[in-house]
Design a protein around this ligand. Structure first.
Ligand code: GLU
Length: 424
């Protein structure tokens, strides 16, 4: 059983998100190497093979871009001595290796964490019910038994289960980054002049606007169409879409995004409701001046057809959990305030008409989509990517909801767990 009293678990540091990798401090490259050598000796790591084992045990894969400069060294089998170390790590890598050996990672006991996550996964897998979305014909083809899950910590520790390598189309899971990109390009004032930030209390594609005739928020269709209208409106749609894909790539730290042309075609062919929403907003004159509404819709449809797998999605979620710095590359994708705004709206509006319930019970910023995808953010700890197509009547992945509930029972991850003394 996965449910242990929270106070029994002391595997999390509960500290704030890591931002840019620790600034080079007074310690010189030489001193860092000496300290690294000392630590490897204390840990009785004799060769690079031992060191590799140590990294894997902590959940660190050698393919992490941050370790690129030391990949050859880490993949070799040589004795760890001054000469060997001198050929290898850069100061940033030395610092990271020391951090790993000091156990100073977001998830301190990774094997126990993995084990518990696997138990929760197994529990959620057994949950029956739900129906695969069929209003977009291409989505109806999804396998109801598929269930992928991946976790990435803010230090790049990773694990994956089930169909974690199977790409699926993001659908509404794309909305948080659509919004973040619009914010980055236009600023908060401009964006929120065109789209609200209140939950709608209604379905994601409801034909309705707020009191100011604006979309209620960027996490529902009308709001996402509006955000699309604010992504480089004067440029060709291909270029705008490319920019969005590149934004996702930077969040996942690789070029793992692809475009599902069949979903896009299916989406376009069944888009009456989205056209109606766009026309409604147009009739109120609330699109930014000069917007070509058809192009904003086109960009929105394309964005729903962005495909990636749970592993990649977990890294994007971890980038949000890490205040906007991708844990695998160390690159910042957006300013902290943009990430804070994005997380706030995911928390209040990310789970369709179940957002209030979800914030109450699970207490984590999240975004689900009709393909069964779910991006879950544990601020300052990790990101989770999940995919299981059967949906409940509100459009949320059934297994994803079960997993989320169990997750916060097993770990002190609810955002208020720290306030109530559950973080020990
Ligand atoms: N492509 C979908 C639509 O606009 C997105 C729905 C969703 O995932 O909520 O209808």
């Amino acid at each position: 059983m996965v449910t242990r009293p929270i106070s029994d678990f002391s595997g999390f540091s509960g500290r704030r998100a890591r931002f840019e990798h620790d600034r080079p401090d007074a310690e010189t490259a030489r001193e860092l190497l000496e300290r690294l050598l000392q630590r490897t000796q204390q840990e009785k790591l004799v060769s690079t093979t031992d060191l590799r084992q140590r990294l894997l045990q902590a959940g660190i894969d050698l393919d992490m871009p941050r370790l690129a400069d030391a990949r050859g060294f880490l993949a070799s089998d040589v004795t760890l001595d001054t000469a060997a170390l001198e050929t290898a790590p850069t100061p940033d890598i030395s610092r990271f290796l020391l951090q790993i050996m000091d156990g100073d990672l977001a998830i301190q006991n990774f094997p126990i964490f993995e084990n518990r996550i696997a138990n929760i996964y197994a529990y959620a897998q057994a949950i029956p019910g739900g129906a695969v979305a069929n209003y977009i014909p291409e989505l109806a083809k999804q396998d109801p038994n598929a269930f992928g899950l991946a976790v990435c910590s803010i230090d790049g520790q990773r694990m994956a289960l089930g169909e974690a390598d199977t790409p699926f189309c993001l659908q509404s899971v794309v909305k948080p980054l659509n919004y973040a990109l619009a914010l980055g390009l236009n600023g908060e004032r401009y964006v929120h002049h065109h789209v609200g930030r209140e939950p709608s209390g209604l379905g994601f594609n409801e034909l309705t606007l707020n009191r100011d005739n604006r979309p209620h928020n960027p996490m529902i269709n009308s709001g996402a169409i509006m955000c699309s209208a604010m992504i480089r409106p004067g440029r060709p749609v291909d270029e705008r879409f490319d920019m969005l894909m590149r934004f996702w790539d930077s969040a996942i730290g690789s070029q793992a995004c692809s475009f599902d042309a069949a979903v896009y075609a299916s989406e376009q062919a069944t888009a009456e409701r989205n056209y109606a929403l766009a026309r409604l907003m147009q009739s109120h004159g609330v699109f930014p001046e000069g917007s070509i509404v058809e192009r904003a819709l086109d960009l929105y449809f394309r964005s729903c057809a962005i495909s990636l797998d749970c592993r990649a999605l977990s890294v994007a979620a971890a980038t949000l959990a890490n205040g906007g710095v991708c844990p695998l590359t160390g690159h910042r994708i957006a300013e902290p305030a943009i990430i804070r705004n994005t997380l706030s709206l995911m928390l209040t509006c990310g789970m369709y008409d179940f957002s209030g319930e979800f914030a109450f019970v699970v207490g984590l910023p999240a975004k689900s989509g009709v393909s069964g995808g779910l991006m879950l953010v544990v601020p300052g700890v990790c990101g989770i990517g999940l995919w299981s197509p059967p949906l409940d009547r509100l459009g949320n992945t059934v297994r994803g909801l079960e997993f989320s509930r169990r997750l916060v029972e097993a770990f002190p991850f609810h955002i208020f767990a720290g306030t109530t003394g559950e973080l020990r």
